[in-house]
Write a protein that binds this ligand. Structure first.
Ligand code: ATP
Ligand code: MG
Length: 198
């Protein structure tokens, strides 16, 4: 199998993530995509309040339910602590020893790769699938250490940062987040006005 790993804080998940995931799956011929919810995203730790991992996971589950080939993964939450992609890839490789692993990242993340933990090991284990993202230029040549492909996805100028600001200001989230996830947000009173702005 060809397995896609799409990691994120998903605070909250939005249709930009989902359109990227399904189009990366189709464009890179993947059998499935694991939407891996970060437990503690080390890049964001201390900079802002990140919503509890189980709430973010519940939203991802709601968002992918009924979509063939997308799965919510709690592998980083079960491992606990700070979430490093290299650890996740090693864990997934143990579960799927005969499968090929693809790491899906947006263009904004592609330009930060060199700051990641044990990046040489990571480059040995995965093929990158880089998707375009409005506001971030696609990276040029990533150099010899990476195997990578670029997949064109619909350009959706949506970010979780903007959605959190919308929620606090009482502006609509509808159609930017899948309806099932919106319903979960409403039922559990998440991302409401009353939260601290960032
Ligand atoms: P935040 O604004 O909090 O950083 P985000 O919208 O960037 O949230 P993340 O959880 O940080 O979402 O991103 C997870 C992955 O999804 C990253 O690889 C990121 O590049 C990608 N991604 C996020 N939004 C889009 C989008 N609109 N189009 C393509 N890729 C996206
Ligand atoms: Mg981001």
């Amino acid at each position: 199998m060809r397995i896609g790993i799409f990691g994120g804080t998903f605070d909250p998940i939005h249709v930009g993530h989902l359109a990227a995931a399904v189009n990366a799956k189709a464009g890179a011929n993947l059998d499935k995509v694991l939407m891996v919810v970060a437990n503690i995203p080390w890049q964001k730790d201390g900079l802002r309040r990140v919503h509890p991992a189980n709430e973010r996971l519940a939203l991802v589950k709601a968002a992918v339910s009924g979509v063939e080939g997308l799965e919510a993964s709690d592998i980083e939450i079960r491992r606990g602590g700070e979430s490093y992609t290299i650890d996740t890839v090693i864990d997934i490789q143990k579960n799927f020893p005969n499968d090929e692993l693809f790491l899906i990242i947006g263009a904004d993340v592609a330009s930060e790769l060199e700051t990641w933990e044990r990046v040489d090991d990571l480059a040995d284990l995965v093929t990158l699938v880089i998707v375009n993202r409005p506001g971030s230029a696609n990276p040029g040549n990533l150099g010899d250490r990476w195997n990578y492909i670029e997949v064109e996805v619909p350009s959706l100028d949506i970010s979780s940062t903007d959605l959190r600001a919308r929620a606090i200001e009482g502006r609509p989230l509808d159609y930017l987040i899948p309806a099932a996830a919106i319903q979960y947000i409403r039922e559990h009173n998440l991302y409401g006005p009353g939260e601290e702005p960032e």
